[in-house]
Design a protein around this ligand. Sequence first.
Ligand code: BDR
Ligand code: CA
Length: 309
Amino acid sequence: MTTTVLLDCDPGHDDAIALLLALASPEIELLGITTVAGNQTLEKTTANALKILEFAGRTEIPVAAGSARPLVREPFVAAYVHGESGMDGPDLPSPRTAPVPEHAVDFLAARLLGSDRPVTLVPTGPLTNIALLLIRYPEIAGRIERIVLMGGAIAEGNVTPAAEFNIWADPEAAARVFTSGIDVTMIGLDVTHKALFRPADSERLAATGRVGKLVSELFAFYQQFHSQQYGWDGSPVHDAVAVAHVVRPGLVQTAHRGVVVDCGGELSRGRTYVDLWGRAGWEPNAHVGVDIDAQGFVDFLVERLASLG
Ligand code: BDR
Ligand code: CA
């Protein structure tokens, strides 16, 4: 039984690995990729998505570029994590292919309306495109089976003490998604930070082929931030956890809870308040990742990426 998926991303090292995991997973039928500004500018995240598809020999999968900036907030890129290109490390050639001419939001709507099967959206960047989709095509909500997004945190953030990057970057968009009534799963830092991909994993993957080598080169750059900032001997592969949750249910344990996105000022901007213990009595609106089989996830990731050769 395959799951039909649209991946909305901002590659980004972990977005690139998430995309490769989707390509390596026969359980997923990938209808297309949409890009958004986040880890880097839209131009760069779009080029990076094309580069990965070209490297993997999967250029039949269409890429549509979307929003170049958040709904309300000022654009902010995470070059301090992902470098100037947004995917620093490997020396990949400039893309020869191009995105389709449609805007990501129109592309998503067309694919959702045209699909005879329910579609799962997997957003792994700021939620700008998804919010715009729900605003521009309100009838589309009924066509989305569920949204499995990487973003948020029950506990601490990673861009500020309060907030995770994807939600902080465009909180108004995230709030629109969490209040949409659609079945939402939040894969946040509480689970992604538990499942570190370590140098030994990178080494064993590098020996499996050219995709493994590419991922090890991505990891070598990405790890620098996690070792300098956190002192960790490994890196969370945030976005790949969202894809893994779709492909291999059970690796991540979730709890159905009420989540509210803070669209307020500097200190609390982008915080995802989760009514974990039901003290606030909020109606559940998201399946929130609360635990992960960390070794199971890393082994699954390595095994699937290795299968690409
Ligand atoms: C998220 O922010 C980005 O830097 C990563 O690609 C991931 O989607 C983690 O907070
Ligand atoms: Ca991302």
